[in-house]
Design a protein around this ligand. Sequence first.
Ligand code: AVJ
Length: 320
Amino acid sequence: TTNKGLALVDLDEDGVDRAFRADVLEGLAQAQKAVPARWLYDDAGSQLFEDITQLKEYYPTRAETEILTDRGSEFADAIGPGRAVVEFGSGSSVKTPLLLRCIEPAAYVPLDIAGDFLRAAAADLSAKFPGLPVHPVEADFVRRVELPGEVADMPKLGFFPGSTIGNMVPRTAVDLLRTMRETLGEGSKLLIGMDLIKSRKVLKAAYDDAKGVTAEFNRNLARRINRELGGTIPVDALRHEARWSDDLARIEMHLVADDDMEFEVAGRRFALASGESIHTENSHKFSRRSGNTLLLAGGWTPVRRWLDRKERFSLILAEA
Ligand code: AVJ
C-alpha cells in the first residue's frame, strides 16, 4: 500500500483513497443520495471551515470560546487538578489552551487521524505549556484507543468540543460515547460541547451565510469527488441548501440539482432529477434533556452544564 505519510489512509495503486471511493459510490447509489460528512474536511474543506468559524452568522465557535474564557474557575472547581486531558479530534484547536490554563492538568493527549495536524498542534501546545507532558496519538477515535503508558495511572478528562457529536446520528453518537468511555476508563470525566436548539432563522443563517462560505464548503465536497475519484459532477449547477428538520432537531446540508443531471464517478454513471439532492452533513441540535439522554445512553452521567450569555451553546461535564 502506498502511503502519504498518513498511516491511516489506505490508497490503491492509482493513489485513490479506498474508503472515500467506497463511501461515495455507496452513498450515491441510495435513493436519497448521501456522502458522509467526514469527507468535507480535506485541506480546502478544513480551511473553509476555519473561515466559517469567523462568520458573523456562525455563532457556535464564538459561544463555546466565550464559555471556556469566562468560566475558568468553575471548570477548575468541577474538574479538579491532576488529570490527563485526552482531546478527541484535536485538529488545530484554539480552544484547548483555554481549558488547560485553568484546570492544572497532569498531561495532555491529543488524538487525531491527521498526523501532520496532530504533531503541529502538539508542538504548539508544548511551547505554550512548557512543564506539561504532551503525548500525541495518531488514531481514529471511533475505535477504542490504547493510551500511552505514561498516563495509565492518571485520572482522565475527555475533551470533545465543537458539537462534533452533533454530526452523528443518535445511534452512532451513542456508540462513540461508549467507545470514549472504554478509552478513558473508570473514574474518568468528559467535557463535551453540544449546540442548542434555537430559532430556525438563526440556525439556517448559521449554515447558509450571506457571503456563501458555507455554500463553498459544501460544494468543495463535489469538487473533491471530481478531483480524487475522476468525477464529472457539474459542481456549479448544484445549489447549497441548509434545511432544518424539526422532527430530528437537525440542520441538514444538501447539494440540490435544479435541473436534471447525469454524471460519472469512478467509472459509474449517476443521475439527479431536478429537485433531488446529495445529503452531505447533519448537525444535530440539543435540548437540556436530549443532551442528557444521549450522554446517559452512552454510559455518561451529566453533572454540570455551562451556557454562553446568549444561551446558544452548552458545555456539559459528565462522569463515567
Ligand atoms: C465542525 C461539525 C461542528 O456542524 O456546525 C459548519 C460543521 N458545517 N457549517 C457544524 C459545519 C457547516 C460544524 N462542525
